[in-house]
Design a protein around this ligand. Sequence first.
Ligand code: G
Ligand code: G
Ligand code: MN
Ligand code: NA
Length: 252
Amino acid sequence: FKLENALHRALERGELELHYQPQVAVGGGIASAEALLRWRHPERGFVPPVEFVPLAEESDLILEIGEWVLEQVCSQLRAWRRAGVPVVPIAVNLSAHQFDDSILGTVRRVLDDCGLAPELLELELTESASMADAGKSCALLDQLKGLGVRLAIDDFGTGYSNLNYLKRFPVDRLKLDRSFVHELETDADDLAIARAVIAMAHGLRLSVVAEGVETPGQLELLAGLGCDHVQGWLFSRAVPAPQLAKLLARGP
Ligand code: G
Ligand code: G
Ligand code: MN
Ligand code: NA
């Protein structure tokens, strides 16, 4: 059978869901969370996003899925707020294919539909998507920032960053890629890179969230470097919405 055909129907059949991974303030509680797509295929079971997101990106399907993700996150935030859950900003991954002028209308519409404070929505752009045509990205990011949403550069350090553009991008934070975190305790080069990225980000008035933090040793090193937030299995995997609500209700 064709996974691609099934993916076309997955949206309508409600087989896609979002899980949420907490992003924890160093020395504090849950400051935000990242929404991560999950596909529960009726026969194949759980299909990871690394398998189906690239497939969806081969067609305009990624635009439909991307819009669904934004709608889902905003209506989830509204539902939580109505239920008295102490909400935090939620970060959404944008595919490079979504990153054109049409994203402005989409983001404005989902925020309006839910009557949501724009600061509760963060958009994650990969370094490669934002730097591919950095001049154009700069204009688009300015317009997105004008809507009041938060902006982050995902997988920082793995693409081709143009620091001239990074300087001009109106982004709020960098996500230090987990490939630099994985061997932080044993690889002096990774430690040097993490230190440099954090220092540069702070110099540019950006905050840093480190991805893939799995051990107390990694956390300790990152805290020593002044890293602002951490995300990873040390704290929590991505969890279904009701579970995140419980974690948020528990407080810091
Ligand atoms: O959760 P997991 O580690 O399996 O996610 C793998 C990759 O899938 C991540 O790099 C993430 O950026 C991507 N991904 C997860 N959810 C979404 C989404 O809603 N939209 C897009 N475009 N990519 C996503
Ligand atoms: O958008 P991005 O690719 O950064 O998505 C985050 C991905 O990282 C998700 O697929 C998530 O499952 C994965 N992830 C989250 N925490 C950890 C971790 O502590 N270790 C590893 N290896 N992967 C993680
Ligand atoms: Mn991400
Ligand atoms: Na990432």
